[in-house]
Ligand binder design. Structure first.
Ligand code: ASP
Length: 331
């Protein structure tokens, strides 16, 4: 049986029409971007993160290091109380605690990460300190908090009144149901290639809203929420972390680029891997990947239509729509 027919057989995606299968099979051509050239470049999940790509660009345009650029970019939504998926203002877990996950990776393949961190506004900068100042890759929970405080990060209340209200409303039904594309400001994953072709990436989030206390998603896991390899390129993602954790999505994207796939094709392969393994879950849940390679070519692909990304390249900071498998339902 051909791979295509096998896929159709395994798929129980209610929303998918024949048309969508055509999209599925043609998607590589359909969405392959007309590549513009030029380094530096920075790409970030979600359109509203043009503010983050702008902060990163300030550093890249002056010849700065990709690592500094992605950290500066990630700090923008972390400090934004209106962004309900990252840092300050992030929606809490089901017990009312804002718990944060973040990771960062540099051009030498070094990595730092924090998970289940509370009361620290900039987990991405703590992750960088873990990478640079400790022999470890990841610190979690109370240990990550103590390390952050030792490094001079202030203790802050990250639960805004708006997020507290949203939690109170959620408690009325206490139903955990991830909603596709509704929270447009989502986890930020950000990858940059600087003028010297150095590649770095960062990812930071408050995780799935109203998750179980102690739940850690894909975002702080190197190779799941974000991965870079300076010889090849980098990738980051957003969406239902459990599906990315089970497939090590961004590692897969970078490995596919290493094997010769374009960034667009590589992101599509990672989405299709998730879809082929968890077709039922994909009906309801979104995952979107972004990628860039060492030449500054980009790609982005998601399960559902509606995922977009911000990219700053050739002095232009713009929002683009990602490729997708499942079209948005028309009302
Ligand atoms: N990937 C994040 C997580 O599962 C959440 C998101 O991107 O919406 O924690």
């Amino acid at each position: 049986m051909s791979t295509r027919r096998k896929f159709i057989k395994h798929s129980v995606l209610g929303g998918i029409t024949l048309n969508s299968f055509e999209i599925l099979n043609k998607s590589a051509q359909l969405f392959e971007p007309q590549h513009r050239k030029g380094l530096p470049v920075v790409i970030a999940t979600w359109g509203p993160n043009t503010k983050a790509t702008a902060a990163a660009w300030d550093i890249l345009a002056k010849g700065g290091r990709a690592l500094d650029a992605v950290e500066a970019g990630a700090r923008v939504p972390e400090a934004d109380p209106k962004d309900t998926s990252v840092g300050y203002g992030g929606f809490p877990d089901r017990d009312g605690h804002v718990t944060l996950d973040a990771c960062i990776m540099d051009e030498f393949g070094m990595a730092g990460s924090v998970s289940f961190l509370q009361n620290i506004m900039h987990p991405i900068s703590v992750a960088r300190k873990v990478m640079e100042l400790t022999p470890h890759v990841m610190l979690s929970g109370e240990g990550a908090y103590r390390f952050a405080r030792e490094q001079g990060f202030p203790h802050e209340n990250l639960l805004t009144e708006e997020a507290r209200q949203a939690w109170e409303n959620w408690k009325l039904k206490s139903e955990y149901k991830p909603v596709i594309n509704v929270e447009r400001h989502d986890t930020i994953g950000i990858v940059a290639v600087d003028q010297l072709s150095r590649i770095a990436g960062a990812c930071t989030t408050s995780g799935a809203a109203f998750k179980m206390h102690g739940r850690v998603g894909d975002s702080p896991i190197i190779g799941a929420g974000m991965f870079v390899d300076n010889e090849v390129g980098g990738a980051a993602c957003t969406g239902l972390g459990e599906m990315v954790l089970r497939t090590l999505g961004t590692f897969l994207v970078v490995e596919e680029m290493r094997r010769g796939a374009s960034p667009q094709k590589a992101t599509e392969i990672a989405v299709k891997r998730i879809l082929s393994k968890y077709p039922k879950q994909c009906e309801e849940a979104q995952v979107g990947f972004i990628a860039i390679d060492k030449k500054g070519r980009h790609g982005a692909f998601a399960i559902h239509q509606g995922f977009n990304f911000a990219m700053y390249q050739n002095n232009e900071n713009k929002v683009y729509e990602a490729g997708f498998i499942i079209p948005q339902k028309k009302n």
